[in-house]
Design a protein around this ligand. Structure first.
Ligand SMILES: Cc1cc2nc3c(=O)[nH]c(=O)nc-3n(C[C@H](O)[C@H](O)[C@H](O)COP(=O)(O)OP(=O)(O)OC[C@H]3O[C@@H](n4cnc5c(N)ncnc54)[C@H](O)[C@@H]3O)c2cc1C
Length: 400
């Protein structure tokens, strides 16, 4: 597309922005991706992202299209079973265990789990292979000026760059979303998530386990073995003050508390990384797009980490945007394309955010009668095979 410096400027080089750069770059668009924070690509370095991402089936197909999957596959742990455990009774013991097996709906795993720091490393290497992608860590976007025919983005080194489409992948406080004047609605839960890695004596057998008691779910997601021992990524959601207390107590005390909270399902848990703390909110932008601007990932939607929906919804944003762009490259970023993107994604994003909000509130409940009702609800869903299969399909995003 002559006349502009780039076809697309991506604001943000987190996992979402890097995925978008690889995807649109592989499709042949001229892409500039900027982020003021250079990516941390080593597990134990200060500031590394210790969360993991469980990529569900549709997301994996998109990563393949971006030339990323062959790099990621050797490091991925398969998720073949989702185990939901209710430990909401008197004692923190499993009183209801229900397995959702991927073999009920297809011969493939539900998904593949990968550490976020490793995703950044492999994604940056992929961008190095693409001559039409200019990735500039250390530079951010500062201002946005749009008109009907193009966008002008001011970078924080003072350079003004012209493009057809700005993809805002600059996180939950998205400067490009603000510059485009798009509002958000936010729900707070007074809740935080601890994210860290553990090793355990009992193998996970590719089972992802979500244990509900109160305060929020305690989730173990399979990782490849760590130093010869079975390993899992843990996301432990709790009321804010309790999460901060847990993040600060000495390691032996923390290990005792987390082993009890895991209902000892995989034996005593040993901490195998730093503990990182994440605030939990639901936030949805009022629109998915503005003039020459498309919002993706946390710039558009933030959800509690339940059912591995966050980044998978983000990849669904990118798939929708890519299909529109490839269908009419000469109209990249025009008003009709931006409206179509909003229409395709917004209702789906709102519905998913509402569903996850409900699940989170159910998991947070402290009162015993409510916890009992939750266990009965899970049992009822599970007992009806067609409902169970439909829930699994929906969770995968296979009914987008
Ligand atoms: C504990 C936890 C566990 C999770 N587990 C899962 C999971 O298993 N599966 C899943 O799908 N999702 C999961 N999620 C959600 C997922 O991690 C997020 O959706 C995803 O990391 C968000 O990525 P992002 O790139 O949108 O935002 P961010 O990672 O916040 O990236 C935004 C980037 O924008 C940059 N930026 C800021 N300002 C500017 C600027 N002016 N110019 C340019 N760049 C800028 C920032 O430096 C940053 O690098 C989890 C979330 C949490 C909290």
């Amino acid at each position: 597309m002559p006349g502009t410096d780039h076809d697309i400027v991506i604001s943000g080089g987190g996992v979402a922005g890097l995925s978008a750069a690889a995807l649109f770059g592989t499709a042949g668009f001229r892409v500039l991706c900027v982020d003021p924070a250079p990516p941390v690509t080593e597990r134990d370095a200060a500031g590394s992202d210790l969360r993991t991402t469980a990529f569900l089936q549709p997301a994996q197909a998109l990563l393949d299209r971006a030339g990323l999957w062959p790099r990621l596959a050797p490091h991925a742990a398969e998720l073949r079973t989702m185990r939901i455990v209710d430990a909401g009774g008197e004692a923190p013991e499993p009183r209801l265990v229900r397995d959702f097996n991927s073999s009920d709906i297809s011969g493939r795993p539900f998904g593949w789990n990968l550490p976020n720091w490793l995703l950044r490393r492999e994604m940056v290497s992929r961008l190095d292979e693409l001559p039409n992608v200019d990735f500039r860590p250390g530079t951010g976007t500062r201002a946005l000026f749009t008109r009907e025919s193009e966008a002008r983005v001011t970078l924080d080194d003072g350079q003004i760059t012209r493009c057809k489409l700005v993809i805002a992948a600059d996180g939950r406080a998205s400067p490009m979303r603000r510059a485009a004047g798009i509002d958000v609605s936010t729900t707070r839960y007074g809740q935080k998530a601890l994210a860290f890695a553990v090793t355990h004596p009992i193998p996970h057998d590719n089972v992802s386990t979500e244990i509900h008691r109160s305060g929020g779910p305690f989730t173990l997601v399979p990782l490849p073995d760590h130093e010869g021992l079975p390993s899992s990524a843990v996301v432990w959601m709790e009321d804010g003050p309790e999460a901060l207390r847990l993040a600060g107590i000495p390691v032996p005390e923390f290990e005792a508390e987390m082993s009890a909270r895991s209902a000892h399902l995989y034996g005593p848990l040993t901490l195998a990384s730093r503990r990182s703390v994440w605030p939990i909110i639901t936030q949805v932008a009022k629109r998915m797009s503005g003039q020459r601007v498309a919002l993706v990932a946390e710039a558009a939607h933030v959800v509690p980490p339940i059912g591995a929906q966050g980044l998978n919804m983000s990849l669904a944003d990118m798939r929708a945007l890519l299909e529109l762009a490839e269908a009419a490259p000469a109209r990249l970023g025009d008003g009709a394309m931006m409206d179509a993107y909003h229409r395709q994604r917004h209702a789906e994003v709102c519905a998913r955010a509402a569903g996850i909000d409900l699940l989170n509130r159910a998991s947070q409940m402290h009162a015993r009668p409510l916890r009992d009702a939750r266990a009965m609800g899970l049992n009822a869903i599970y007992s009806l095979a067609p409902v169970r299969r439909a829930m699994m399909q929906m969770g995968l995003g296979a009914r987008d």
